[in-house]
Design a protein around this ligand. Structure first.
Ligand code: ADP
Ligand code: ZN
Length: 211
């Protein structure tokens, strides 16, 4: 299964990416990889920081490079879920040029007003990148990651003004990918639900039709 997840920031891509466990394939989140690089203050992380903090996209050349390297790893040979890549037409073209044949591009649709509400409650594990929500996906113990025990914090780019900028970027730069994959007969659309489990059910049902 080679799958990409499309959708606005906060639409629930990262949460639905957990279905990779069902398929026994890795999830590759460019957002998590970039945040990790920022935390470790690598050269790439330092370059990326200004863009991320402003709610802008990191330049295509940088992101394409990290994805190409990651997809060449052994664990990707039976498939993968890409969360947050491609986000622009040039990134989608680069992915095709890498020889990747996707099974499906799944778009999770959530209205903008709903997104803004959701983002204020989002919390992320600083250690492993797992994501939670103060109302919709609470950890067993407050502010502690279920998976690794790391501390949960609010991402700086989840501040309301930055969220609005990211939505704008999504509509102008990423949404055209729906038409791009529709033209290839690969697009599937799922309406994001209030309850995570409901969205997961719709996602799995959409993927059933692919295979
Ligand atoms: P979101 O909640 O917006 O889906 P992510 O965690 O996927 O957030 O990404 C956070 C930030 O990392 C983005 O706002 C952007 O600056 C950068 N980023 C992640 N993936 C990409 C990409 N494919 N191309 C460019 N920038 C990216
Ligand atoms: Zn964790």
């Amino acid at each position: 299964m080679k799958l990409i997840l499309l959708g606005a920031p906060g639409a629930g891509k990262g949460t639905q990416a957990d279905i990779s466990k069902t398929y026994g394939i890795p999830t590759i989140s460019t957002g998590n990889m970039i945040r990790e690089a920022m935390k470790n203050e690598t050269e790439m992380g330092k370059q990326a920081k200004a863009y991320v903090d402003a709610g802008q996209l990191v330049p295509d050349s940088v992101v394409i490079g990290i994805v190409r390297e990651r997809l060449s790893a052994e664990d990707c040979k039976n498939g993968f879920i890409l969360d947050g890549f491609p986000r622009t037409i040039p990134q989608a073209e680069a992915l095709a040029e890498m020889g990747v044949e996707l099974d499906c591009a799944l778009s999770i649709e959530v209205p903008d007003e709903e997104i803004v509400k959701r983002m204020s409650g989002r919390r992320v594990c600083g250690a492993c990148g797992a994501s939670y929500h103060t109302d919709f996906k609470r950890p067993a113990k407050a502010d502690v990651c279920d998976q690794c025990g790391g501390a949960l914090t609010r991402r700086k780019d989840d501040a309301p003004e930055t969220v609005r900028e990211r939505l704008e970027v999504y509509h102008t730069q990423t949404e055209p990918l729906k038409a791009f994959y529709e033209a290839q007969g690969k697009l599937r659309v799922v309406q994001g639900q209030e309850q995570v489990a409901d969205t997961t059910r719709l996602t799995l049902a959409a993927l059933e039709q692919v295979r």
